[in-house]
Design a protein around this ligand. Structure first.
Ligand SMILES: Cc1cc2nc3c(=O)[nH]c(=O)nc-3n(C[C@H](O)[C@H](O)[C@H](O)COP(=O)(O)OP(=O)(O)OC[C@H]3O[C@@H](n4cnc5c(N)ncnc54)[C@H](O)[C@@H]3O)c2cc1C
Length: 253
């Protein structure tokens, strides 16, 4: 493990891999969702959901919800996370929780560099001291916390449906994403793939979902662009290879 963030899937829709298929059948049947849920086998819903998702009709996968417990990420990461609006969040409060010590996430590149680590540690120590001094002076935690750095660790509970997760993975499993949310996204991806392998069969960075990269000049260069796909270059096989190996490449998360 690279950092010490902890991610658990603590709740999810019963039959989360089947419900989107039941929804898809509901749209084109005289029968109710209840009847279809009883009548359709998992094989039938699997087959239908694969086709519907491939057509881009993603509203049916909104019927599967997933709730995660996220521990020990930085406030940098949580700030990026909550930009994803199609989700429900609850975050540990720095207002109501009084911290006895300042726990922080240290970026790996700072951890590896002795001199940089010293600069980092000094400022964290000063920040923790200032927080404690303000509390001792009778200042409330809601004001004392203004001394905290972005590195401060936080815990969250987050619920997202499968459609919102697919969008989250498209953006954050991408190699262009910032390292901490990138790690978080792969941890979440692994957990949902275990529970809903059909719904999340093609989940991952946007290039893996689309087969090409949309990042333009900022692209990591691995996936072909849409133009290259049209011209049928050999990069097509590279993205297939990456899609097959992506869990292995991110096995540390
Ligand atoms: C590599 C990277 C760099 C980034 N850099 C920056 C940056 O420099 N500055 C910055 O501010 N942000 C930045 N972001 C955050 C980014 O702009 C998005 O806010 C974030 O990724 C959430 O994506 P989203 O809006 O698709 O997700 P969600 O908010 O979960 O929305 C999901 C989808 O719902 C639809 N939707 C949601 N709300 C609306 C709405 N109001 N109107 C219409 N459609 C809606 C859209 O189709 C959207 O894609 C960055 C993200 C990445 C991955």
């Amino acid at each position: 493990m690279r950092g010490n963030m902890k991610v658990d899937l603590i709740s999810y829709t019963i039959d989360c891999d089947k419900m989107p298929g039941v929804a898809a059948f509901t749209s084109c049947s005289k029968k109710s969702a209840h009847e279809l849920n009883q009548a359709k086998t998992k094989e039938q819903t699997d087959d239908f959901i694969k086709r519907v998702v491939a057509y881009g009709h993603h509203s049916v996968i909104e019927h599967s919800n997933f709730t995660f417990s996220i521990e020990g990420v930085s406030r940098v990461c949580s700030h990026e996370l909550v930009r994803h609006r199609i989700a429900s969040y609850t975050q540990q409060s720095q207002r109501y929780v009084k911290f006895d010590e300042l726990n922080v996430v240290v970026p790996p590149k700072i951890k590896k560099n002795e001199e940089a680590k010293q600069v980092f540690d000094d400022v964290i120590e000063k920040s923790a001291e200032a927080y404690q001094t303000l509390l001792d002076m009778g200042i409330a935690p809601e004001d004392a916390r203004f001394c905290f750095p972005n590195a401060a660790k936080t815990n969250l509970m987050i619920t997202m449906n499968a459609r919102a997760l697919m969008n989250f993975f498209a953006l954050r499993c991408c190699r262009r994403a910032q390292w901490e949310i990138h790690e978080l996204s792969y941890k979440m991806l692994k957990l949902v793939k275990e529970r809903a392998p059909v719904v999340f069969e093609k989940a991952g960075a946007s290039c893996m979902q689309r087969g090409y990269c949309t990042e333009g000049s900022l692209s990591c260069g691995l996936a072909p662009t849409f133009e290259e796909i049209k011209n049928n270059t050999d990069k097509e096989s590279k993205i297939k290879e990456y899609a097959e190996n992506m869990m292995e490449e991110n096995a540390d998360f």
